[in-house]
Design a protein around this ligand. Sequence first.
Ligand SMILES: *Cc1c(COP(=O)(O)O)cnc(C)c1O
Length: 458
Amino acid sequence: MKLPYAEPYRIKMTEAIRTSTREEREEWIRQARYNLFKLRSEQVFIDLLTDSGTGSMSDRQWGAMMTGDESYAGASSYYRLRETVRRIFGFEYFLPTHQGRAAENVLFTALVKAGDIIPGNSHFDTTKGHIEYRRAVALDCTVDQAADTQLELPFKGNIDCAKLERALEAHPAEKIPFVCLTVTNNTAGGQPVSMENIRQTSLLCRRYGVPLLLDSARFAENAYFIKTREEGYADRSIKEIVREMYSYADLMTISAKKDGVVNMGGFTAMRDKELFDRASVFNIMFEGYVTYGGMSGRDMEALAVGLDENTEFEQLDARIRQVALLGRLLDQYGIPYQRPAGGHAIFVDARRVLPNVPREEFPAQTLGVELYLEAGIRGVEIGAILADRDPETRLNRYPKLELLRLAIPRRTYTDNHIAVIAAACKNIYDRRESIVRGYKITYEAPIMRHFTVELEKL
Ligand SMILES: *Cc1c(COP(=O)(O)O)cnc(C)c1O
């Protein structure tokens, strides 16, 4: 008999989580103004809000933390992380920051000015926030196929090179500080970008004299998909694939809280010394001195180990299998989600699950609240609330997709938890016809409203 699959690790420490009653959850979510971000974590049974900073570190990472050098300047932990960044990504210069958006803040302060255009494949929300805050435009050039959740394509995260070329043609290079390619494409459903697409994008960028930035939170998962889906890469190691991906790029920002498998951290890296010098000033101003930025020595140690470990095939395979398992269970129950299963999450297609809830009443948010009430599971809306208002017209933006993201933290939950998530989704799906009303906004912040929005049940 062929032996079944098992994870390449065993568990050394556990953390208790709590169940609750539906009555308790009804009260808690009402107090949270129907915003899942406002729940306390003790009120949640299975937390799929994000896979960011929520993974389990390995014994080697915890061990490395004890060797952290907390010197203000020139810490050995900084040099260890710098060596790792150079080896894995091939970038000469890097600045540590406290997380991904801080890396964006430092780099974009050096590069982005009012009126600039930044083409990309579905910019992540903080990335878009940092662009729009500087009165520049995040121009979405994602392939159209990404908007059809039922289309089964290997690289639905790709940028559309024809759209990109039109954008590069329409604006002078001085107006385009960089093209931003997000790997994997979080907003389009954790969908990967192919090596071919990275290469083509880089060729276009070179032709038009524009740098290419990789927004890199899930770079290793992207490399896993290149290895398993793209012709010619099956026999290449994840580390070789990562080196090739970054050979096409000039800049990177990264939230290390995802594929770095640490609870906090990030950095920006580049090849250009002059840009590094300029960005260093902003790193010192916003984050900390250049050899620690926003990170303590022990955190830099844990990240150096995390980057090394999580660019090994077995680790990525265990994780992506678990996400695929959730996808397979939803398939059994006929529940539509962004296909194929993404790298870090399943994105349930809320408009198809709740066809009776009008777009103006936020179907994905409605589904998120239902799932919390059903089983204490917390997902996150990736739809009209997240899409925010148009900065010019201040009208609600309705994106093509209304998704409920169920992000799976790395090495945190077991396959039994996955089975509970799928069963809870099925229970809601079975009574979908009876869910006809959603929510209206009673409070929202002027930018990035989803974190603090308050809602009222209609
Ligand atoms: C998480 C993320 C960011 C922002 O990083 P934080 O660590 O949350 O500040 C930026 N881009 C992408 C693609 C991300 O997934």
